[in-house]
Structures are given as structure tokens and as C-alpha cells.
Ligand binder design. Structure first.
Ligand code: FUB
Length: 324
């Protein structure tokens, strides 16, 4: 019988983070950030996450070795991007593959770009400019029937606070602790997946009584790293709480929300950031996530891992402990 290496790094020859997992062509493909093995100043702006390319990984099944398909896209080939290739995602539509990624543009503003390819393993050719109207970080693309939705946004270095008016205001601060927290943004993608159909709107996350989660509620409020999946006809929005280092989720009846907060998916991991995806593959559900264990705790040298994700009968998710 083959051993499944749950909660172990899926590759160790490079540092990887922010895994977006999808099933394409019968295999599990993982689209991570590629953390570089270099020293950087570490700060709340995220300058330590100074990534320059993407590698695509794949697995035939849960116990097979993880294959690195090599460089799929490099910063030098993206005309509009200056630095910091952060958490990507991928999607397939009409037989084409799309890699979505955030980067700072030449004005140091985070935007979201798209690159296209014929294979899920890449390579991907970037569009000459970022998606018009895009901003902030952490795109997650969810295809639901004929529609594709992009969720995105991140606080602090991810700059979401600076877009509250719809314009980029470099000095803007987040809401007061007793005001509603900022939500991720969502927009439907055009049929060719290269632009938004409409200006992005804010997603509402509420508590069990329908009250907005407040900005000071750091155990529950949205910070970064959105992911959307559907289970038993319900839409599950999951995300990182940032400063409290949890992966949590909220459930709704519509892909654009509102979503009612439910609970924790993954307890805090080694390292500051936590970021994930959820995928169904060969009859099981999996959580892909990262921690900094491979580097002995360096925040910017992370490793992707996975674990089985289980639902209770009422549709809630069993909390996973990363080290048990
Ligand atoms: O990897 C860089 C950033 O760290 C990601 O965009 C965030 O989600 C956090 O994981």
C-alpha cells in the first residue's frame, strides 16, 4: 500500500507557498507562489515576499510524487509588472488555461494580471497589461456553470485599504475597529477570461445574526487569500484572518454573498502567513496550505502541504490541526 504524506512538504527542492489546487485533465495541478531563498527586509508591507516566477506542480493521485513542471512564467516577461509575484490561481475555459497573478506595477501599485496557455502545466504568455479595473492581491477564480468569478483582495501590503473610495489613495487607513471590516472583492470575468464584466463589488461577511463582521474582530474578519468552493449546493468562502493566523470560512447561497461566518478550517501554522485552497479529487476533499517548517520558520521561505478535509453531516467543516 502506498503512503500518503499528509501534512508534509509536497516538494522540498524549492520553497513554495499560497497553493491553488485544481483538477485538470484528470490530474491534480497546484499553482503556488515560488518563494526565493534569499534574505530580504521583513516588514508589514510584505517586502520580504519578493518572488520572481511561478512553477506549476502536479500529482497523479494523493500518494504519487509531486512533479515540478518548471518555470511557467517569469517577471521579466510581464511588461506591466515591476516586482513581487504573489499568490496565483489558474482556471480552464473552452480548452484554454489561464494563470491569474498579482504583482506591483511600475507605480508600486498591486494589480492582477492574466497569462494564457495551451497546457495546465504552462508555459503561460502574459497579456501586455493588467486586467483593467483590477487592484490588490490574491486572485481566486471560481467557475460556476457558465460564469467565472474572481475573488481578490488583501490588507496591509496587499493594499486593499487604499481602494475604499474606488481610487488608489496611498495614505488611506483601514476602518475603525467598531466599523464593518473590509470584505474581499468579486467580479465576473468576461467569456475570454481577460477582463471584468463589471466593476468589482465588495463581498459581505456577516455573523449568525446577520450583523457585519467588524474590523476589530481579528479572529473572524477577512484579511487575505480568498477561496471559493461549492459543496452540496452551498457556496463556501474561505480566507485567512492574517493577524490571528487562521484559515476560516463563511457559507452563502449565492457566489457573490452575503456569507455567514462558520468557523475555523486550519489552526495557525509555523510562519506568519497562512493561505490555502480546497479541491475535490478522486472522491476526497483536500485542503492545500503552507507553513514555514521547511526553512525552520522563515516567513518568506514556505512549503506547500496538504491534508484531507472532512465535512460534518450538517455541512460544517472539521477543524484541521496542522501538526496532529
Ligand atoms: O505570498 C505572498 C503573500 O503572502 C500572499 O499573496 C498572501 O496571501 C500571503 O500568503
Amino acid at each position: 500500500m502506498k503512503t500518503v504524506n499528509y501534512k508534509e512538504p509536497i516538494v522540498t527542492h524549492i520553497f513554495t507557498a499560497d497553493p491553488s489546487a485544481h483538477v485538470f485533465e484528470g490530474k491534480l495541478y497546484i499553482y503556488p507562489s515560488h518563494d526565493l531563498d534569499h534574505e530580504q527586509v521583513s516588514n508589514d508591507n510584505g517586502d520580504q515576499y519578493d518572488m520572481e516566477d511561478y512553477h506549476v506542480l502536479s500529482m497523479e493521485d494523493e500518494s504519487s510524487p509531486c512533479i515540478d513542471h518548471g518555470e511557467a512564467l517569469h517577471l521579466r516577461d510581464i511588461p506591466w509588472a515591476k516586482q513581487q509575484l504573489w499568490a496565483p490561481d489558474a482556471a480552464c475555459r473552452n480548452g484554454r488555461y489561464y494563470l491569474f497573478f498579482p504583482a506591483r506595477d511600475h507605480d508600486h501599485v498591486f494589480r492582477i494580471g492574466v497569462a494564457t496557455g495551451a497546457s495546465p502545466a504552462g508555459p503561460f504568455e502574459p497579456q501586455p497589461s493588467y486586467i483593467p479595473g483590477s487592484f490588490s492581491i490574491d486572485p481566486a477564480v471560481f467557475v460556476d456553470g457558465d460564469e467565472a468569478y474572481m475573488y481578490f483582495g488583501g490588507l496591509w501590503g496587499g493594499q486593499l485599504e487604499k481602494w475604499q473610495t474606488g481610487e488608489f489613495l496611498a495614505d488611506a487607513e483601514g476602518p475603525a475597529p467598531d466599523a464593518p471590516a473590509l470584505g474581499p472583492r468579486v467580479a465576473r470575468l468576461s467569456d475570454d477570461m481577460l477582463s471584468f464584466q463589471e466593476p468589482p463589488s465588495e463581498v459581505s461577511i456577516v455573523d449568525i445574526d446577520g450583523r457585519p463582521i467588524l474590523a476589530g474582530d481579528e479572529d473572524r474578519r477577512y484579511f487575505e487569500g480568498p477561496w471559493m468552493h461549492k459543496y452540496n449546493g452551498k457556496y463556501y468562502l474561505s480566507y485567512s484572518t492574517g493577524t490571528t493566523h487562521k484559515l476560516v470560512y463563511a457559507v452563502g447561497d449565492n457566489p457573490c454573498g452575503p456569507f455567514t461566518f462558520q468557523g475555523t478550517i486550519l489552526n495557525p501554522v509555523i510562519g506568519w502567513t497562512t493561505h490555502h485552497s480546497i479541491v475535490e479529487f478522486q472522491g476526497k476533499w483536500y485542503l492545500f496550505y503552507h507553513d514555514s517548517s521547511l526553512s525552520g520558520g522563515a516567513d518568506n521561505k514556505r512549503c506547500v502541504k496538504f491534508a484531507e478535509l472532512k465535512y460534518k453531516e450538517d455541512g460544517t467543516i472539521e477543524t484541521i490541526d496542522p501538526y496532529e
